[in-house]
Design a binder for this molecule. Structure first.
Ligand code: FE2
Ligand code: FE2
Length: 497
């Protein structure tokens, strides 16, 4: 059954694909909203063509499209041209009688409309989240041209169309609930551009470049995981439409994290296999290892160090009155709020926060409310560890003496308690001069990037993979190894529009 057939068949009545904009929010019953979104749509498509994947707009890509919000079987797979992807508005089902789970409104019925007193903070929250979605598409726009396989290219484009859909999810909230201001913000989301001098994206990490595939995999493992944590905190929101939007977005986010974890894991696998085949046991013999056309493990660690530290900055200041107010007002909760065993108001609670005082890193017990961001960051760091442990298993199984680790929380930070301090990955406070002198031990330098870049050659033959990355364990949707995930036509591969 093709996607369009499946979409029309009775199994998937949940989402209305007859409307121009697929949705499960009964868009047809709200003419004004429908018109507003339909008039935003051409601008969105303009943005997609101008700032989305460069080339490949006519390629047939094996994409999954959401056809429902039921966790079992919400997606169908088919070859689709990206500009024809059915970007839709999908909310998790409304929970009967849901109540605000935390803050000073705890226990009141969840808001179905915007609470007037929080209107502008709530709008800002949605805009900041919304801004990250198109930003990551922009950051990744040239990667198709150096894809290490059709499988990986397909995964890139899947992530891209879903980030585009996440933008739709936030724009729906802005347009439906924030009137004229919301429509202005929805326009602004298509006007800012990642790394643009005059009109950049809102958050720092989303103005960094994603210049190569290793960066892409690190980004999807570490930075999409920030997305997961933010969405999980917003999924707790007392503003029910935001909660429902984020709950469905989380199901898509899981695939992005999978792409990152397995992408880095397969890179490690190719490296250790090549080392074993060549009889190299010293993981620090970079020259010999690089000569095999794979990326040495210490370089992967340095690359990870960069992505971890930049992403940790996305959590904002560890101690924040703004974070406290978002929590107390019931707009943004903690990770897994409803599973935490406390009063969910936190008036007298404390939380340990690391800081630098008198030339030492110390831990203070601070009011838990002001430490909300700090807690989310700690939860994020814990959440990062699972994949790192699995990467280490690949290394250990190959009999190579090397371990990937997370750097100290204060390493290379630009925002929060550690900003302005120089801290090694081991957690030693050092001088700025020493940090500069030793920077190459901890972060990739020019030569590392040049080497990584030299490996970024496209590999478009079905079932074939670039030297530096191992094939996946299984295909997408159980497809065989030589499946043609992307059908490229002559004019696609040409660079530029
Ligand atoms: Fe997203
Ligand atoms: Fe994502």
């Amino acid at each position: 059954m093709s996607a369009s057939e499946a979409i029309r068949s009775k199994n998937y009545v949940e989402v209305n694909y007859d409307d121009k904009i697929p949705n499960n929010v009964d868009l047809g019953s709200d003419r004004q909203l429908q018109r507003a979104l339909e008039s935003w749509r051409p601008d969105y498509l303009e943005w997609w063509k101008e700032a989305g994947p460069d080339g490949f707009q006519d390629a047939d890509v094996y994409l999954r499209t959401a056809v429902g919000v039921d966790p079992s079987g919400w997606a169908v797979f088919d070859h689709v041209k990206m500009p024809e992807y059915r970007w839709g508005i999908l909310l998790a089902p409304q929970e009967e009688g849901r109540r605000i789970p935390f803050g000073r409104h705890k226990g009141e019925p969840a808001w179905q409309e915007v609470p007037g007193e929080y209107r502008s903070v709530l709008r800002r929250l949605i805009v900041v989240q919304g801004d990250t979605e198109p930003a990551s598409v922009e950051q990744q726009r040239y990667l198709g041209q150096t894809a290490p396989s059709l499988y990986d290219m397909r995964n890139l484009f899947q992530v891209n169309v879903e980030e585009g859909r996440h933008l739709w999810a936030m724009v729906y909230l802005l347009v439906k609930y924030f009137g004229r201001d919301g429509r202005e913000e929805a326009k602004g989301l298509l006007e800012r551009r990642s790394a643009d001098k005059n009109n950049p994206r809102i958050l720092g990490a989303f103005n960094e470049r994603t210049p190569d595939w290793l960066s892409f995999f690190m980004f999807t493992y570490f930075t999409d995981r920030d997305g997961k944590m933010q969405l999980a905190a917003l999924a707790q929101s007392g503003f029910d439409p935001l909660s429902r939007s984020c709950r469905f977005m989380l199901t898509e986010e899981a695939h992005h994290l999978f792409v990152g974890e397995t992408g880095v894991g397969r890179t490690i696998e190719a490296t250790v296999k090549a080392m074993n085949a060549a009889g190299i046991t010293d993981p620090y013999d970079a020259e010999a290892i690089r000569a095999l056309g794979v990326i040495d493990l210490p370089t992967l660690q340095r690359k990870a160090n960069f992505h971890m530290s930049v992403t940790r900055d996305l959590f904002g200041s560890e101690v924040s009155s703004n974070g406290a107010e978002l929590y107390s007002s019931g707009l943004k909760g903690r990770y897994e709020e409803t599973r935490i065993d406390d009063d969910h108001v936190l008036a007298d609670a404390t939380y340990p926060v690391m800081t630098v005082r008198d030339g030492e890193i110390v831990t203070d017990e601070l009011p838990a409310l002001s430490a909300i961001n700090s807690r989310l960051l700690d939860d994020y760091i814990k959440d990062c560890q699972g994949g790192i442990d699995r990467w280490n298993k690949v290394v250990a199984n190959a009999g190579i003496d090397f371990r990937f680790v997370q750097p100290h929380k204060g390493f290379n930070r630009k925002i929060g308690e550690f900003a302005g301090h120089s801290i090694t990955p081991e957690g030693d406070l050092i001088s700025a001069e020493e940090f500069e002198a030793r920077r190459d031990e901890w972060l990739c330098n020019e030569a590392d990037h040049e080497f990584i870049n030299s490996l970024m050659k496209p590999c478009y033959e079905p079932g074939k993979y670039a030297s530096w990355i191992a094939p996946p364990r299984a295909g997408i949707n159980s497809k065989p190894g030589d499946f043609e995930y992307v059908k490229i036509y002559d004019n696609d591969a040409a660079a530029g529009e």
